[in-house]
Write a protein that binds this ligand. Structure first.
Ligand SMILES: C[S@@+](CC[C@H](N)C(=O)[O-])C[C@H]1O[C@@H](n2cnc3c(N)ncnc32)[C@H](O)[C@@H]1O
Length: 259
């Protein structure tokens, strides 16, 4: 059986898949309850389907999240949002009211509710598929008594007075989508990626809503090269930008803003 794994790693490498050894091992481990499925897993990966969709989960903030086609796979850079919330809200016992806009798999909302045991939160997404996966992740990680999720368009029809608003909105300029890696372009949901002509459509919508609904601090993920424009958009909406935090690769990644 070990030969099957070595053979799969060679085929993944020959097909130009990044990290063939790691992927081969993850697929192998995930197929152990049903070894007959290994070859179909390898074929899916050879077609560039992301590992997380094949094995059905992804780790984020050391928690496990179910992921399925139709839901964005959580990214390590998004953990920068959680770190920034910690920086500004050091009291983990605080009864924060947290709003997660574009909750997707529910990773941000779930991780924050795990870290702040007295907080309550609401996750919003326009995608029914995302909401059904978020509901399962919230339950799986044991925060269901403090979390609510709702279908919606950003902040439309929401109450005001949020202590913390987090969002990782779609921010890829429409024209850049065809040039994305096939793993992303051909598999992850367009509605989670496409940020309009300059990638900032969602940031514009969020900035307008923060002014009305935010009591404390908002943390918004942005794409490469968007820091200056995002800062101007927040300022134009009458908000103060406290800080733009870099991710572990040193890329300006999270706008920290408030009234
Ligand atoms: C980049 S994904 C982020 C998912 C998750 N928060 C994460 O960080 O992995 C953006 C999410 O925003 C949702 N979305 C896009 N447009 C929206 C809108 N107008 N209102 C609410 N959610 C929206 C998408 O369905 C997607 O789940």
């Amino acid at each position: 059986m070990k030969d099957h794994r070595a053979d799969a790693i060679r085929r993944l490498a020959d097909a130009g898949i990044d990290n063939p050894r790691l992927d081969g091992r993850l697929l192998w481990d995930a197929s152990q309850r049903n070894p007959g499925i290994f070859e179909s897993f390898v074929k899916r990966r050879l077609a560039h389907e992301p590992i997380a969709y094949i094995v059905g989960y992804k780790e984020f903030w050391s928690l496990e999240f179910i992921v399925e086609p139709g839901v964005l796979i959580p990214r390590p850079a998004t953990e920068t949002i959680i770190e920034q919330v910690f920086d500004r809200y050091a009291d983990i016992g605080a009864p924060l009211k947290i709003l997660d806009l574009g909750t997707g798999s529910g990773c941000l909302l779930t991780a924050l509710l795990k870290e702040y045991p007295n907080a309550r939160g609401l996750g919003i997404d326009e995608s029914e598929k995302a909401l059904s996966v978020a509901a399962r992740n919230i339950e799986r990680n044991g925060v269901q008594t403090r979390a609510e999720i709702k279908r919606g368009n950003w902040m439309e029809n929401l109450d005001c007075g949020w202590d913390v608003i987090v969002s990782n909105p779609p921010y890829i300029p429409t024209g850049d989508i065809p040039g994305l890696d096939p793993d992303v372009r051909d598999y992850e949901p367009l509605a989670a990626l496409d940020g309009g002509p300059d990638g900032l459509d969602a940031v514009r919508a969020l900035a307008a809503g923060f002014r009305r609904l935010l009591k404390g601090t908002a943390f918004v993920e942005i794409g490469i090269g968007q820091a200056e424009s995002a800062q101007i958009l927040m300022a134009d909406a009458g908000l103060s930008v406290h800080h733009i935090a870099a991710d572990l690769a040193g890329i300006p990644r999270v706008v920290v803003t408030g009234p």
